[in-house]
Design a protein around this ligand. Sequence first.
Ligand SMILES: [Fe+2]
Length: 312
Amino acid sequence: MSITVTPILPRFGAEVSGIDITGPLSEENKREIIDIQNRWGVTVWRDTGLDDDSHVAFTRIFGDVILAPKTRGRPRFAHPELFDASNLDADGNIVDDEHRRLTNRGNRLWHSDSSFVQERAAQSLLLCHEAPNGGPTWFADTRSAYDDLPQAMKDRLAGLEARHCYFWSRRRAGYPYTEEEVDRFPHSVHPVVHVHAGSGRKALYLGAHARDIVGMEREEGRALIEELNDWVGRPEYIFPVEYRPGDMVIWDNLCTYHRAGDFDESLHRRDMRRTTIRDPQAPDSGDGSVQAMFRQASQTDGRIAGLQDPKS
Ligand SMILES: [Fe+2]
């Protein structure tokens, strides 16, 4: 079987075909798939034939699979590795409430999954089971965006770190938290620029959860974060992926941002399921996970219990 790679942008994103990923793969094919992923950052796989079992099994070729945080209500499937990125409850009805609307508004900002914890995500594998009318995901190339920065900006960013907080991006989406309340919630700290291990290229790492630059005045840091987030969102670095049932997209959160596209979730069923790989370079402390962050946050504010958002 020979794998075909069709680039989407010259430097970023590719459609991959010519290989059946529903069953066991040879070591050579696994290596090839990982190399393609590392090079292109986002890969799109059409009409995969994957189900929950084979989705989780395929995910393991990339590394350690993160368990999904528990969400409100009864889970829709048995695999603890599957994040439920649908708008459906366990009975298959469309869920439409204020919490979900705010969550979705937050997901429409450019972000990197789990940047708000130390144990951040590497690859995310999102499989479409039921497609809405519209509702693409947009992807952005944080490596090329870094490459193209003026040298003066690269020099300015060298050594800088940012503080990320889940409740900061939610506040921007409309959650009723004050700055002072957000101050009390858990934050993570990550370099603004890091070397993407899979390719050796440098990448920006900010997005919607990034709140402040360590050691910089708050206003100055926010202006810098906004400038860089806007830069990554320029047309030459981004493209959308539309889904049909069976399609899967894999993105590497350590060299891409993504955001949800617009569509009316209250009208159209959307059944998307995601698995996520742990950053192999993340500290393995046990308290840097998404679950631990929400546990800690719920001690600060009891209303947090049940507000976990698996999509961010
Ligand atoms: Fe996300």
